[in-house]
Each structure stands twice: as C-alpha cells, then as structure tokens.
Design a protein around this ligand. Structure first.
Ligand code: AGP
Length: 612
C-alpha cells in the first residue's frame, strides 16, 4: 500500500526522498510524488507510473531544499493520475500532505469544506486533510491546527505534513496505518517502514496509534492527539541495509527463496535445543503459552499466505498438541460474530504486522476478552504491539510482494509452538516428540538440500509457461500447500489463473474443467493419504490432464503417474509443507519469468494491505 517518507536535515532532500521511496517500492504503487520547501515556497512534483518517471522529472527540473515529504500511491479513491497522486495541497499551496489509509468520512468533510469556499483538485479522500488543516490554521498555530484537523478524521491514516508556516519542521501522525520515525545525527526521517531509513540510521521510533510527531533535524517530539507529551526512546534495528538489498539475485523473490535455510535457522535460534530436549521461548511468551496449554480452544486468524500457514498450523496443533483449532480469514472473522471469551486464545499470523483485517480481528478478540498471540515478522509493528504475546519469526525484511521466506518462517514458528504445547498437553509420546524435534533442528539443512532442485524446477516451469489455467492439488497438511502454490503463481504471473483445491474435492466439481493438456500440480509426498493422492492423479490422467508431481526422494512408484516429476527430501508429513513450499515458490517464479512478468511488484498488489 502507499509509501510515505519525510526528511528534515542538511542533505539535498529530493535525493534522500527518492532513495527512501525506492526502498518502499515493494509495497506496490501506481504513481509517486514529492513536495519540498525552499525559497519559492512549497514545490510539488508528481508522476504517474514508476519512480523513475518522477526521478527523470526531477533531473530535468532539480528541486533544491532540505525539508520535504514523498509518497508512492496505491490508488483507492480516484484513478492513478497525476492530479490524484500525492502530495496534496490546500487552497493556498502552503501545505502539502502525504497519506496512507482511508478517510471514511471524507465525503461529508469535503461537502462542508466546499461549502466554506475550498476548491478541490483531486478525487482523493486525502485532499480533505490539507483543507481541514488550512481551515484550522485560521485560528490556531500550525501544530495545533494539524492535531485538531486529525481529530475530525474517521478511518485510518498515516500522514506527513509539510508547511510553509514552519519551514524547518515536518508534522506526522498515525492511526491504523504504519508510520515510523528514523533518528539520525542532525537529521530525522518519517517512513512507512524501516527499510526506507536504514541507509541513514538504525535508530527507529515506532509510533502508536493516535500519536502526533513534530519532527525537526534535532529529532522528534511525540504527543498524543490530545496534545499530551509522550516520552519514548528510539530502539535500534538489528538488521542493516544489506539485508534489504537484492545481493546479486535478479529479484527479491529469488533472493528471499534462497534465504530460507538461514531464515528458518533464525526462527529456531535459541528456541530449540536437541541436546536438552527442550523448546523454550522468552519468559513472557512462555508464561503466555503455559496458560494457553491448558485452554480449550485456539482461533487462528490471518490473510493470504499467512492464512495458508494457519491452515497448516491447524493440522499440526490438532494432531500433536490435541488442541482444537479454528482457522478464519481475518476479513471474514471480524464480520461473522465470532463467539470468544477469556477461555479462547486468538493467534494472529502476519508477516508485516500491519494488515488491516488482521489488526481489526485482534482488536475484536480483545474486546471480547480473548487473549491474543501473534506470529509476526516485523518487530514493533502494530499487531506485534497490540498482541498480548508475540512469537517473532525473525525472517528479516521481506521485500518481494509475494511472500516466501516469511511463510516458511511462520510454518517453522507453528511447528515450534506445536511441539512446545504437545509436550505440555501430552499430545504425543516422548519418542515421537523427540524424532520431530530432531527433524525440526535439521530443517535448515533439509531446505538447503531442497534448493538444489532449482534447475529442474526451472526446466519444468519453462515447459509450462504457456498454459493460462492451472490446478494445484494436495491433501491433509499439503492441502494448504496447494492453496499457497496456486496463490504464488497467480500473484507473480497475473496472466495465469491458478486454483488450489483439496485433491479429494476434485470430483465434486473442479474435475469438470480438466481436458487434454490442462496442467495440474500435485503435492504427493509421503503421508497417510499417499494412496488416495495416487487415485486422484489417476482420475486426472484419465481425463488427459498433465501432471506435474512433487514427490518424496526415492519414491519409485510415483514415476509412472507423473508427466513431470520434482522430488524433495523425505520428511515427516508434519514438516513437509515447509519443504514443498520451495519447489512451489520456484515454479511460480520461473513461470512468471518466462512470461516476462514484473515479479517483485506485480500489478494491483501491495505488500502490506493496510486498508480494509
Ligand atoms: C502473499 O504472497 C501475499 N502478498 C499476501 O497474501 C499476504 O500474505 C497477506 O496480505 C497477509 O499479509 P501479512 O502476512 O503481512 O499479514
């Protein structure tokens, strides 16, 4: 979703803003702009399309200045045009604002402001904020006008304001959308996400909802929306800019796929000890989990890929921890009137920690007295801060829109959680528990080994680059893998329609579409339903569908059922979704590559979906 940046300091601001905006490209956008303050007043430049268009415009007409705001827009209200691109200005042109979120009451505010003589230039909800501040400025000083205007907004926002009335300062605030402050030496930054400031500083201040910041080169002054001062110290980010760059790979997606042995290791780090036969978390999380271990029900909520991880988690937790689990799409959960109470724990799974539906879901859960645990990748994100306990995945920054390493890290965290609870709930015998723990400890090496099939996956993917429809089928633990394989492919290759199904569901409808040459990717690794999957493959072959089969190494029987065979190291079914994720991710990547798709920033998609 939209990316916001702001800078106050001694450097030439246009350069800093462009560099920071590039680090937010992964969020998805369709236009970009910036506003800078200088002797001419507030200067605004906007362009439709990629950041290069804005960079070229600025190269032709350089803007000088040391204070400014920048924005990448992912259109919600109004088409992606130059007029609708941010920053938006008030009638005087002295104020320029950038915004991420949705102002729900913008229509009524706009009507009122038009009635008072304001002229609007765009179709956006954002522009009302600039005019509201202008209105308040008639009676109040800048900072107060900003705060009072924000109090009139309903919906979600992260905003940064540049004002000719206070040329050495920026104003920022958040409510429901992410905004962080980077604190450098004699310079300071606003940004939607940490990578945007990492080239300059690792000292970051995470804002809470309804907090307002006045930012100068000396640093931030934080207050509540009511104007009360807030004291908070910046924290130090423990990863650097190198982690947020491509490192020689053609795409972030490929880099992140290859990072998985290491990221899984990071998720396990300090938590799993085979020698001591122990799984442990930090004290706070452990206290929380000990309480959960005597509870009767867990509800998992998540969106997209994280939802698929939740579905795998349901198989894991029910089989080994014997804990009843419901899994809900967060966007449905919040509207279905769920019955929760203090005996329920809600587990939110999220890479970004900012997904609006998941955030709303945990707020609803807390209102109803449930406790909230989060599996989250981004430290300091909204969900991480609002949850009662957090199991961080520590996968590092995930930049590609299509989630890969965050997914396997989520599955690894779920495996840890399952085995921790399984021991306390006596869901599994000690010998089997130990076997699973030992296998989990070997997972980084197993993934390393799995990555060796990349050339084989590439060949198969290139062979299947032209079909426009795919099915992905699996059963039990790998039914969610099928959903995830299909999601990955349609995300990164928008030319293709891909559907994931439980293989046993085929005969209830989807099989009707299968005809000569229709490609079906089967996940058929060893499991208690292996024979049933073979029957499903037979059904498809009888209708002349083409089967790409992902099976376990050493499976001699499967060969005659597969038009194309990809094999992965043998594991327990418990960990197989993590291993089969690798060929599924690579398959999507190489099919998209063969089709010339924009892999890291697929059209219409945003990395972090911060609106409903
Ligand atoms: C995954 O490839 C997608 N980009 C998307 O489905 C994502 O998983 C979903 O939007 C949830 O995001 P979150 O994990 O940051 O909450």
């Amino acid at each position: 979703m939209c990316g916001i940046v702001g800078y106050v300091g001694r450097r030439q601001v246009a350069e800093v803003l462009l560099e920071s905006l590039r680090c937010l490209e992964y969020r998805g956008y369709d236009s970009a702009g910036m506003a800078v303050i200088n002797s001419k007043g507030v200067e605004v430049h906007k362009r439709v399309g990629k950041l290069n268009a804005l960079a070229d415009a600025i190269k032709r007409h350089p803007i000088i200045g040391h204070v400014g705001v920048g924005h990448t827009r992912w259109a919600t209200h109004g088409e992606p045009t130059e007029l609708n691109a941010h920053p938006h200005t008030d009638c005087t042109g002295d104020l320029a604002i950038v915004h991420n979120g949705i102002i729900e009451n913008y229509a009524e505010l706009k009507e009122r402001l038009v009635g008072r003589g304001h002229t609007f230039k765009s179709q956006t909800d954002t522009e009302v904020i600039a005019h509201l501040i202008e209105e308040r400025l008639k009676r109040h000083p800048m900072g107060e006008a900003f705060r009072l205007a924000l109090k009139e907004l309903r919906g979600s926002y992260a905003v940064c304001l540049l004002s000719a009335h206070e040329p050495r300062r920026l104003f920022g605030a958040r409510s429901g959308s992410p905004l962080i402050v980077g604190v450098g030496k004699g310079e300071a930054f606003f940004a939607s996400d940490v990578p945007a400031v990492l080239a300059r500083t690792r000292r970051v201040l995470y804002l809470n909802d309804e907090e307002v910041v006045v930012l100068s080169a000396e640093g931030p002054k934080v207050m509540t929306l009511e104007g009360q001062a807030v004291t908070r110290r910046p924290s130090t980010v423990n990863w650097n800019i190198a982690a947020a760059r491509k490192g020689g790979f053609a795409h972030f997606m490929l880099k992140e796929i290859h990072e998985q042995p290491r990221t899984v290791e990071q998720t396990l780090f300090n938590r799993l000890s085979v020698e001591r036969r122990q799984i442990a978390f930090d004290r706070h999380t452990q206290t929380f989990l000990n309480r959960l271990s005597v509870q009767e029900k867990l509800v998992i909520i998540a969106c997209g890929t994280a939802y698929h991880a939740g579905l795998v988690g349901q198989y894991m937790l029910e089989e080994f921890a014997r804990l009843p689990v419901d899994v809900d799409l967060a966007s449905e959960f919040r509207y279905r009137g769920p019955m929760l109470d203090k005996h329920t724990t809600v587990l939110a799974i999220t890479q970004s920690g900012e997904t609006a539906d998941t955030l709303a879901g945990i707020r609803l859960a807390k209102e109803q007295g449930a406790k909230v645990l989060a599996i989250c990748n981004v430290v300091g994100s909204s969900i991480a801060r609002e949850a009662d306990a957090v199991l961080y995945t520590h996968a590092g920054p995930e930049i590609a829109v299509a989630s890969t390493k965050a997914y396997t890290a989520q599955l690894t965290a779920l495996a840890l959680l399952t085995l921790y609870l399984a021991k306390r709930r006596r869901g599994v015998g000690p010998a089997r528990w130990r076997e699973l723990v030992e296998e989990l400890a070997r997972l980084p090496q197993i993934i390393e080994q799995t990555l060796r099939i990349e050339p084989a996956v590439k060949l198969v993917a290139e062979q299947y680059a032209s079909p426009r429809n795919f099915y992905f089928l699996g059963r039990r633990y790998n039914f969610p893998s099928a959903l995830e394989g299909a999601l990955k492919l349609k995300e990164v290759c928008p030319l293709i329609h891909a559907e994931g199904y439980a293989a046993g569901e085929m005969k209830h409808g989807p099989i009707s579409l299968i005809h000569n040459g229709w490609p079906i990717v089967f996940v058929a690794t060893h499991s208690p339903v292996y024979d049933k999957i073979i029957s499903n493959i037979e059904e498809v072959r009888a209708r002349k569908g083409e089967c790409v089969v992902i099976a376990s190494d050493g499976d001699a029987r499967i060969k005659r059922y597969a038009d194309s065979l990809l094999t992965v190291p043998q594991t327990s079914e418990f960990l197989s979704p993590i291993v089969v994720a690798i060929p599924l991710q690579l398959f999507a990547y190489y099919v998209a590559g063969a089709n010339g798709c924009d892999i890291d920033q697929p059209p219409n998609l945003a990395k972090s979906v911060t609106v409903e």
